[in-house]
Design a protein around this ligand. Structure first.
Ligand code: ATP
Ligand code: MN
Length: 462
């Protein structure tokens, strides 16, 4: 018999029909005559109740049905008289696919801490919390593709292995097949990367933006959605060493168009997920963060505040607040500053623009004041920076000057400069950290809890 999906059975129960479900046992209770099994198959946060009339079965065999076991049940779908459920299954036939020794199964008891569950990341998708988080992760990914597809953007695959290390030299993972114990050396005593696989020094990408720009200069609007790697040793609840990034890049967009896109995009995907994942979001709201749904609605209903970095610094200076990191014009904003503006001053998402050029990347469009660049960061409640973007410098000479000022070698980026030589155009784009958006939508407070297998300093076992 074909397997029925539990989410479907609970949504549209055809009472009185035979069904077949397969899933993992969450709990088993009852007495000598009757057993009630709560079964979950991952399709919904809700379990379906299986009612077993024990004397009709081989009771010795059914002893294998304990929390964590995987079973198949054929039976009759009937209206449930119990509270909190619409349908239950009266079992006719049960097969145990796999038992889970109650003495050894790590998820035997309920209500484990998130810290403990991180240590058993290979099993935590079996919990209500992580089932909800990973279903949301799926729907959010889908919503993102759906949004850009409807806007006429092309999904552009940028490389994961790159030779350009201009963006953040110290924080990249090296990709090499050279023998670590016995690296070939040049005459000058340096590592001889010409003998490496690609004949040059290569890294895992920290961003697909530079290549994304090449796509935009031909296809108009593109976006990337792929894994990104940063070897920054920052053990914060908002940083991963391997995270997913979404980077739209659009020809003929200025920074205002860029901001409008970012705001519309965020609102659309959040609203999509709120609709699709009602039960899961409700669960997370009730369990971890009772202001979650309110916060999500608030973002959908309010226009984001737009202000310049200079205005933001003034507000922070006048706030009378003692910050851990000092505030002055030219300082890179820390999460505490961003959250003060968003959560206390404006009480609204903020898009900050026109940052000092010293704290932003070389490729941002230079303003006429000679001091600031046309960057834009979207700052969210509870998270701080969720998006970083800018209009790009489209002028060859200005871009080259800035690279020289920063002592950047043209050697690994000559191809990027070429775009400004041949048919250059105004363009803009941004990078959104997928897991930062996941934090916002799920209300989870640690980024390790919104990706199935987090990669952080000293942690990559499974
Ligand atoms: P932060 O100051 O928070 O470290 P950043 O300035 O390094 O961020 P960008 O280089 O602008 O970030 O990257 C674009 C987006 O990628 C950020 O807005 C953020 O959402 C996300 N992001 C950056 N670094 C990480 C990380 N280590 N883990 C998860 N997401 C990240
Ligand atoms: Mn960073």
């Amino acid at each position: 018999m074909k397997r029925n999906i539990i989410a479907e059975l609970l949504k549209n129960p055809a009472f009185g029909t035979p069904v077949c479900v397969k899933g993992w046992v969450r709990t088993r209770r009852g007495n000598k005559n009757i057993a009630f099994i709560a079964l979950n198959d991952g399709s919904t946060i809700h379990n379906i109740q299986i009612v077993v009339d024990l004397p009709q079965f081989d009771e010795e065999y059914l002893k294998g049905i304990t929390t964590g076991a995987c079973i198949r049940v054929n039976g009759m779908l009937v209206e449930s008289l119990g509270q909190g459920q619409s349908a239950e299954i009266h079992a006719k036939e049960i097969e145990i696919y796999g038992t889970a020794d109650p003495g050894a199964y790590p998820l035997q008891k309920k209500d484990h801490s998130l810290e403990f569950l991180r240590e058993i990341a290979y099993l935590r998708p079996r919990t209500n919390t992580f089932g909800a988080v990973f279903r949301i992760r799926h729907h959010l990914s889908y919503a993102i593709h759906d949004y850009f597809n409807k806007q006429g953007f092309y999904y552009f695959h940028t490389p994961i292995i790159t030779a350009s290390d201009a963006e953040g030299a110290g924080s990249m993972f090296r990709v090499t097949i050279l023998d670590a114990e016995n690296t070939p050396k040049t005459a000058a005593g340096k590592v001889d990367y010409s003998q490496d696989f690609f004949g040059r020094h290569t890294n895992l990408t920290v961003s697909g933006q530079l290549e994304g720009e090449l796509g935009a200069m031909a296809l108009g609007g593109v976006y990337t959605f792929g894994p990104t790697f940063r070897a920054e040793n920052s053990n914060t609840p908002r940083h991963l060493a391997e995270f997913w990034m979404i980077e739209p890049e659009v020809a003929f967009f200025d920074n205002n168009d860029n901001m409008t896109l970012a705001e519309d995009f965020l609102k659309q995907v959040i609203s999509y997920v709120m609709e699709r994942c009602k039960d899961d979001i409700e669960f997370l709201n009730n369990r971890y963060d009772t202001e979650l749904i309110e916060r999500l609605k608030f973002v959908l209903e309010n226009k984001f505040i737009r202000l310049t970095y200079t205005e933001g610094i003034e507000i922070l200076e006048k706030s009378g607040r003692k910050f851990e990191f000092p505030v002055y014009w030219g300082a890179d904003l820390q999460s505490e500053h961003e959250r003060y503006l968003v959560e206390e001053h404006f009480r609204c998402p903020v898009i900050m623009t026109d940052y000092p050029k010293e704290i932003k990347s070389f490729y941002m469009k230079q303003n006429d004041d000679g001091k600031t660049v046309r960057g834009m960061d979207v700052l969210f409640p509870k998270i701080g920076e969720i998006i970083g973007g800018s209009e790009r410098e489209a002028d060859y000479d200005k871009l080259l000057n800035r690279m020289n000022e920063l002592n950047m070698s043209q050697e690994s980026l000559w191809w990027y400069l070429e775009t400004r030589k041949f048919g250059t155009a105004p363009h803009a784009g941004f990078g959104l950290g997928f897991e930062r958006l996941m934090l916002f939508i799920t209300g989870m407070s640690n980024i390790r809890d919104v990706i199935p297998f987090p990669r952080t300093p000293k942690s990559a076992e499974f």
